[in-house]
Design a protein around this ligand. Structure first.
Ligand code: OOG
Ligand code: NI
Length: 265
C-alpha cells in the first residue's frame, strides 16, 4: 500500500472520533493552504498477535526504516519510531504496553479480551479497523485505569491512530510554537499541560505540544454508556543542529508527557 492512501485511511478513521483535529486543521489550512503532518502514533498490546514486532513489517513494507527505540519504564511501555526516505511522508511512532509487567489481575482482564484476537495482522488495514476484541465492561476499563491509563485507553479504543501532528516548520503564517498554541486556544481548544504546555526546547531540537484528547460516549459491555477520552492533535517544531540538519528524531522525555494527553482528568 502506498503511504498516501494509508494516511488518507488513517485520517478518516481518526477524525471520526477526534472532530477537534479536523476543526484545528481547517483553522490552519484557511491561512496556510496546506497542513503537513509530521508524524502519527499507534498504541498496541505486547504479548499478543498485535504486538509491535508483528506490526512493524507492515510499516517497513511501505518503505519505512526503523529510526530509533524508546523505553518508558514507569509507564511499562516500549516504542519504535520509523522514518520514510521521502521527507514529506509522516514519521510513525508505535508503542506497546508490556502487559506481563502489570499485576496478575490486570493481566487476566486484558488477556480475556486480547484472547479474542484471532489472527496476526495481514495488511495495513489493522491500523484503522478498530478493536479486535469486544468492548470491555465499564468495571474492567476502570480496573485497568488504576494501573495504566494507556491500557484502559487501548482496551476501549483499539489499535488505531492516536494522533496526527501539525508540522509547524511547514506553516507559513506561524513560526513559533507559542503562536500556534495561542491560535488553538483562542479557538477554544485545551492544551495538555503535563510537564508544561511545550515539551522540549530549541536546544533539544524538538518542541512539541498537544491538545487534550476529545471525549466521546462509548457503549461498554451490557449497554453501559460512558464518555471517555479518544484522541488528540499534536504540534511539532523541529530545529536545526550546529551543522544545519533539522532534527528528525523523537525525545523520550517529551513523549513521556505527550502520552498523558489521553488522561481522563
Ligand atoms: C505517543 C506519545 C509519543 C511523541 O511525539 O513523542 C509521541 C502516544 O501518545 O501514543 O507521539
Ligand atoms: Ni507525537
Amino acid at each position: 500500500m502506498q503511504a498516501e492512501a494509508f494516511f488518507n485511511e488513517l485520517w478518516t478513521d481518526y477524525v471520526s472520533i477526534t472532530p477537534q483535529a479536523k476543526k484545528i486543521r481547517d483553522l490552519f489550512t484557511a491561512t496556510d493552504g496546506e497542513v503537513i503532518n509530521d508524524h502519527v502514533a499507534f498504541r498496541t498490546f505486547a504479548n499478543t498477535p498485535l504486538r509491535l514486532d508483528l506490526l512493524e513489517p507492515l510499516i517497513l513494507a511501505m518503505g519505512y526504516e526503523r529510526q530509533d527505540s524508546y523505553e518508558f519504564k514507569a509507564k511499562k511501555l516500549r516504542a519504535h519510531s520509523y522514518i520514510h526516505p521521502n521527507p514529506l511522508v509522516p514519521k510513525i511512532f508505535c508503542s506497546e504496553l508490556l502487559v506481563n509487567q502489570l499485576s496478575d489481575s490486570a493481566q487476566k482482564i486484558i488477556g480475556k479480551y486480547t484472547a479474542e484476537i484471532t489472527q496476526q495482522p495481514q495488511d495495513q488495514a489493522v491500523f484503522w479497523s478498530g478493536r479486535h476484541w469486544s468492548m470491555p465492561s465499564w468495571e474492567d476499563y476502570n480496573t485497568i485505569m488504576t494501573e495504566s491509563e494507556y491500557g484502559a485507553w487501548l482496551l476501549a479504543i483499539g489499535v488505531r491512530v492516536n494522533h496526527f501532528t501539525v508540522s509547524i516548520n511547514h506553516l507559513t503564517t506561524a513560526d513559533a510554537i507559542h503562536t500556534v498554541l495561542g491560535r488553538v486556544k483562542d479557538a477554544g481548544f485545551s492544551i495538555n499541560t503535563v510537564g508544561g504546555e511545550v515539551k522540549g526546547t530549541p536546544e533539544s531540537l524538538l518542541e512539541q505540544a498537544s491538545t487534550l484528547a476529545d471525549r466521546q460516549v462509548f457503549e461498554f459491555a451490557r449497554g453501559d454508556q460512558h464518555e471517555i477520552p479518544t484522541c488528540f492533535y499534536e504540534f511539532a517544531k523541529r530545529h536545526a543542529d550546529a551543522q544545519g540538519f533539522v532534527y528528525q528524531g523523537f525525545i523520550e522525555a517529551n513523549a513521556d508527557k505527550i502520552f498523558e494527553s489521553t488522561n481522563a482528568s
